[in-house]
Write a protein that binds this ligand. Structure first.
Ligand SMILES: Cc1cc2nc3c(=O)[nH]c(=O)nc-3n(C[C@H](O)[C@H](O)[C@H](O)COP(=O)(O)O)c2cc1C
Length: 213
């Protein structure tokens, strides 16, 4: 079971990319989480660039990565109480073409790390609504909202002598494991297919659209 891990921050030393790294070893067998770290290569969404032959190379790479994954793990900061533009842009690219988008039918887990004390939930609410409208299945809460992330992500030496980011808060670790197990169950249970079934049925009943001029 191949999960694509995505971070909504491009910042070097991002707490969200550290949280993503900390969560990877918590994946239940047989799940593996590969990180896609090229959201910064994507152009701003422009329908003029979104041609029928797949558009820019960075977009094709991103769409292929999402298409090939069994599910997604999105770990993102909250920016101004919502989704960072980098992440929303990436979601927009995989939400098209509207009849057969890479995002359709994907099972998704979302998590947030923030340096603040009480914020973070808004991005998960907004992202969940957007992903739902893009015909993905979003695993419901309890959510991983890692507040004061600068104090709760520590570097711990692993068996190979490498220092790896680790969540120091057992409560958050427990929720992360629950979320990943729920992601595995959602994929096994075909929840993504249910999320996209009405859209597929709608288009199946319609004649193909003529090419746009
Ligand atoms: C433009 C901007 C807006 C932000 N807005 C919020 C916010 O609404 N809620 C919040 O919890 N943190 C907010 N923050 C603080 C981020 O949580 C903090 O910078 C965090 O470290 C960013 O994630 P990163 O470390 O993965 O880059 C904001 C940061 C920036 C740069």
């Amino acid at each position: 079971m191949r999960i694509l891990g995505i971070c909504g921050s491009l910042r070097k030393g991002s707490f969200n990319s550290r949280l993503l790294a900390a969560v990877r070893p918590l994946a239940p067998d047989p799940m593996t989480i590969d990180v896609f770290d090229r959201l910064g290569d994507l152009p701003l969404y422009n329908e003029d660039l979104d041609s029928r032959d797949g558009g820019p190379a960075a977009v094709q790479t991103w769409r292929d990565a999402v298409r090939q994954a069994d599910g997604l793990l999105i770990v993102t900061p909250e920016y101004n109480s919502s989704i960072p533009g980098v992440l929303k842009n990436a979601v927009d690219w995989v939400s098209r073409p509207v009849r057969d988008a890479a995002l359709h039918g994907k099972c998704v887990v979302t998590m947030v790390a923030t340096t603040g004390g009480g914020l973070g939930r808004n991005v998960l609410t907004d992202l969940g609504r957007v992903l739902h409208d893009c015909h993905a299945h979003v695993v419901s809460g309890p959510w991983v909202v890692l507040t004061e992330a600068q104090t709760k992500l520590v570097d711990v030496e692993d068996e190979q002598g490498q220092f790896v980011p680790t969540i120091s808060d057992p409560f958050t670790t427990r929720i992360a494991k629950v979320q990943l197990a729920a992601l595995a169950a959602a994929i096994d249970g075909g929840a993504g297919e249910h999320a996209v079934a009405p859209l597929r049925a709608f288009f199946a009943a319609m004649p193909p659209r003529p090419p746009r001029r």
